[in-house]
Write a protein that binds this ligand. Structure first.
Ligand code: NI
Length: 159
């Protein structure tokens, strides 16, 4: 188990577009394991590779604490509805803000065996998928916040 250093807003790596993963290597497997460890250690519900300084199209998401999703080269193929709620990010510690996202999304991605699969989500999972995929394009939720960025009062799930 290895915890990686989480990069914070203002660091250049968070503003860059990530590269496609073309093959699964031991190094990439290790990165994914470390991303899961890092997400759980930080009590996050999602983490994208650029948040640990790696510009690869990989995200991990777990909105329940017991059901990790690993998405390689993910893309959203369907979305519908709308939800407005508080969002946070491990790269923007101590802050939260209101963001509107689709209430349903379907993503297509590769798993650790580079096999394609679909992941459908509503509510928090849909929000997490959108939030994490934005990281792969170099975008943070703070760019989408409606109203002011607020100080997080309690322990909230961070992505
Ligand atoms: Ni984030």
């Amino acid at each position: 188990m290895a915890i990686r250093n989480i990069r914070e807003m203002g660091e250049e790596v968070l503003g860059k577009k990530c590269k496609m993963v073309t093959e699964m290597t031991p190094r990439t497997r290790e990165l994914i394991e470390d991303m899961l460890d890092t997400m759980y250690e930080a009590n996050g519900v999602g983490l994208a590779a650029p948040q640990v300084g790696v510009l690869k199209r990989i995200v991990v998401i777990d909105t329940t604490g017991e059901d990790p999703h690993i998405l390689i080269n993910p893309r959203i193929v369907e979305s519908s509805g709308e939800q407005t709620g508080q969002e946070a990010c491990l790269s923007v510690p101590g802050k939260t803000g209101q963001v509107t996202r689709p209430n349903y999304v379907k993503a297509v991605a590769l798993d650790v065996n580079m096999k394609e699969f679909e992941l459908e989500g509503t509510e928090l999972l849909a929000r997490a998928i959108c939030h994490e995929l934005d990281h792969l394009e170099g975008h943070l939720y703070v760019e989408k916040v409606e109203g002011p960025l607020q100080d997080a009062v309690a322990e909230e799930d961070e992505e």
